[in-house]
Design a protein around this ligand. Sequence first.
Ligand code: SF4
Length: 195
Amino acid sequence: MPCGECTACCTASYFIHVEPGETQTLARIPAELLFAAPGLAAGNVLLGYDKHGRCPLLVAGKCSIYEDRPLTCRSYDCRVFAAAGIAADRDLITQRARRWRFDYRTSADRDQQAAVQAAAEFLRERAACFPGGAAPDNPAQIAVLAVKVYEVFLEHAGEPGTSGRVASDADVARAVVRANEEFEAGRDRRGTLRA
Ligand code: SF4
């Protein structure tokens, strides 16, 4: 993630989850800054923030444990909000994310991003179509899910080049759930192959 000088997510009042296996990271964080993560197994902890919303490990505008920073920080990518065309749950992150611009090498790239945005819009506006409240309501989860299932929206039923049948919202919601399951199954297979 090319953050450059940006520290928006380090100053946005986020609790940072650190897993028990992140031993190198845990060794760098003073114990008094950590507390048990509610609802998670023992050993999972959260790093809090100060009264200004800043991570206490941000010193003179830089992460003081950068080379050992938590996995949560390494994997946070505000570009996902720009890709999905939605606001984050923090104004600061939204403003930063809106500065990203994408290159489209082909028209297919542009279509794919339009599909990601259509997926995010559907997830936000048609949450009631998902059985048992399966649609996320957190902006980060919506954006990530939109990236995972965008193919459902690439060939939207009823548009030229498809079967011509107009899908109901319930059909689309079912297709989204299926696409997410297939994505996760593929991720498990990829993980098994790597292991
Ligand atoms: S640990 Fe470092 S990268 Fe993570 S929020 Fe704190 S200052 Fe930012």
